[in-house]
Design a binder for this molecule. Structure first.
Ligand code: PSU
Ligand code: MN
Length: 314
């Protein structure tokens, strides 16, 4: 009943039981300017392939939920004007109206789960905005992590957010936040924040195993893997913080709310850093695509092992 279309390579991967990594499309339409958006999207897909998995970029086009985009479709989405930003609340209505829209982390998780894709790579998830005690601006991404069983690899929550409030909400919702290879919670453009990550894991194997354990325990919801940006690509916290503050003050002055806040902030920070934020953003997404492909590969191996020995033996 759901109008759903698989790209050729994703359809093949599903048939052959190969690892698939879901990718979101809001980062393409609302997170980066053209042509860097399409170049990055292509590079992310290539990184997934180079690391042994198949990329499934997710979007709604003319009323069909696409799991994997053909190159021409990706191009069309990246150059289209006024594409809708679809979160959990918007997915069904967009499909019903035959519309076109890019999926956020929340909507991409829903689509991935539907398609049986367990791992998803993105840049940074949405979270609790600064000043949320007044605006109530908390991304639907957090609720989604609490209820949809997909492992999401991100570089932490975007540093435009209130990171400590974001961590508190994730804790309340029972979402495991796993820093990869370090104790500190990564802060998107910077490797470290001042916050300790609740959980640390050092291998894709352990993360895949934890994903399976959640399933075995019959726990709804996913895992957030916070993968630090590579050292050579990071923008130090002290350098980016004043620029983030400036962009936030502008957003407040303009009275922005709802869906427009995050795209506005990302665009302003891009301008204020003379493009450096975009270079870092691209590097961290590629890094996340690599780790997600590894986790997806490990999950396939674990599932195959499971068919010969029980989970407790792994
Ligand atoms: N991370 C990025 N660029 C983005 C986003 C995240 O590096 O554009 C998008 C994601 O799609 C995320 C969304 O789900 O921003 C969060 O939006 P909001 O804060 O309105 O929930
Ligand atoms: Mn919001």
């Amino acid at each position: 009943m759901i109008p759903i279309a698989y790209s050729t390579e994703v359809a093949e991967a599903r048939e052959n039981g190969r690892p698939v990594v879901a990718l979101e499309s809001t980062i393409i339409t609302h997170g980066m300017p053209h042509p860097q958006n399409v170049e990055t999207a292509q590079a992310v897909e290539k990184t997934v392939r180079d690391n042994g998995a198949v990329p499934a970029t997710i979007a709604v086009m003319d009323g069909t939920l696409h799991i994997g985009l053909e190159p021409a479709e990706l191009d069309r989405l990246a150059t289209a004007k006024h594409v809708a930003k679809l979160s959990r609340a918007d997915l069904a209505t967009c499909l019903a109206k035959g519309g076109t829209g890019a999926t956020t982390v929340a909507a991409t998780m829903i689509a991935a789960r539907l398609a049986g894709i367990a791992v998803f790579a993105t840049g940074g998830i949405g979270g609790v905005h600064r000043g949320a005690e007044e605006t109530f601006d908390i991304s639907a991404d957090l609720q989604e992590l609490a209820q949809t069983s997909v492992t999401v690899v991100a570089a932490g929550a975007k540093a435009i957010l209130d990171l400590s409030k974001t961590l508190e909400v994730l804790e309340t919702l029972g979402v495991p936040v796993i820093a990869f290879g370090q104790d500190s919670l990564p802060a998107f453009w910077s490797r470290r924040s001042s916050l300790a990550a609740p959980i640390r894991m050092d291998s894709a194997h352990d993360i895949a195993k934890a994903h399976m354990m959640r399933k075995a325990l019959d726990l709804p919801g996913g895992q957030l893997v916070a993968n630090p940006i590579p050292a050579e690509d990071e923008i130090p916290h002290s350098q980016i913080m004043p620029l983030i503050d400036k962009a936030l003050a502008e957003a407040r002055r303009l009275g922005l709310s709802g869906k427009s806040v995050t795209p506005f902030l990302l665009q302003r920070i891009f301008e204020l850093t003379n493009g450096a934020s975009l270079t870092a953003n691209t590097a961290l997404v590629l890094n996340n695509a690599r780790l997600a492909a590894e986790i997806a590969g490990e999950l396939i191996t674990l599932t195959e092992d499971l068919s010969v020995k029980p989970l407790a033996a792994l």
